[in-house]
Design a protein around this ligand. Structure first.
Ligand code: CU
Length: 232
């Protein structure tokens, strides 16, 4: 074969590999594990507001996943709690978040993630704070963390305190009921420009996986997702 022919083959092989890798990454980030859920938008004084209610559970259970023992996030929709972690949100909007956490305490490896960053607490509007069961909180003991809701590109980090080991009436698997032991976390953040922003948990909470980072920690639809911030 002439040199030119060999070169052409190499170029084609590299291009094909690039396309396959691109498709794999696209599938992983846009499709795998979770369809996108478009949150209902309200308008208050000409400003767009979204109420985002989410739940974190120790085990998703057999009704909502083929991996019933995987740890997971869920979102509240008009059709009930869904294992969907890709959320469509409007740009330049206020997002009021409520997290009901039914899972126990795993602990953070990096204590820095125990601090609340990039969010405000309730009506007071105090920055870098959340309300933990109604109480303004700037950080939690990293050892008590159950999960983290972090959006690195938006500078957001919220540590979610876990349910005490001795709490009564703990939830077995999702969807959990409000009478089950839980912690309630509320906070507000703002979207600005449109974009596709990754969010994820930073507590190595995947029980049974190497260092707690496999399975649900790296699969969209469990401990990771995306905010699709879209122009109105
Ligand atoms: Cu987690």
């Amino acid at each position: 074969m002439r040199v030119g022919g060999k070169l052409l083959l190499v170029v084609l092989a590299v291009a094909a590999a690039g396309v396959l890798i691109g498709l794999y990454a696209w599938r992983l980030t846009y499709l795998a594990g979770s369809p996108a859920y478009k949150l209902p938008v309200k308008t208050a004084n000409g400003h767009q507001v979204v109420d985002l209610k989410i739940m974190t559970v120790a085990a998703i259970g057999p009704k909502l996943s083929q991996n019933p023992d995987w740890v997971s996030y869920l979102v509240q929709t008009p059709k009930g709690w869904k294992r969907e972690t890709v959320w469509d949100l409007p740009a330049n909007a206020t997002i009021n978040v409520t997290i009901y956490n039914f899972d126990g305490q795993s602990g953070l490896r990096n204590p820095l993630y125990g601090k609340m960053v990039g969010v405000t607490a309730g009506a007071s509007g105090a920055s870098n704070q959340i309300l933990l069961n109604g109480k303004p909180t700037t950080e939690i003991d990293p050892a008590t963390a159950s999960h983290v809701f972090a959006v690195p590109d938006l500078g957001i980090d919220v540590a979610i305190r876990g349910v005490d080991d001795n709490a009564k009436n703990q939830c077995g698997f999702a969807p959990c009921q409000m009478q089950n032991a839980h912690e309630t976390i509320t906070f507000t953040f703002h979207t600005t420009t449109p974009g596709h922003f990754r969010w994820q948990c930073f507590v190595p909470c995947a029980a049974g996986w190497i260092d707690g980072w496999g399975g649900p920690m790296q699969t969209i639809g469990y401990m990771d997702g995306f905010l699709n911030v879209k122009a109105a």
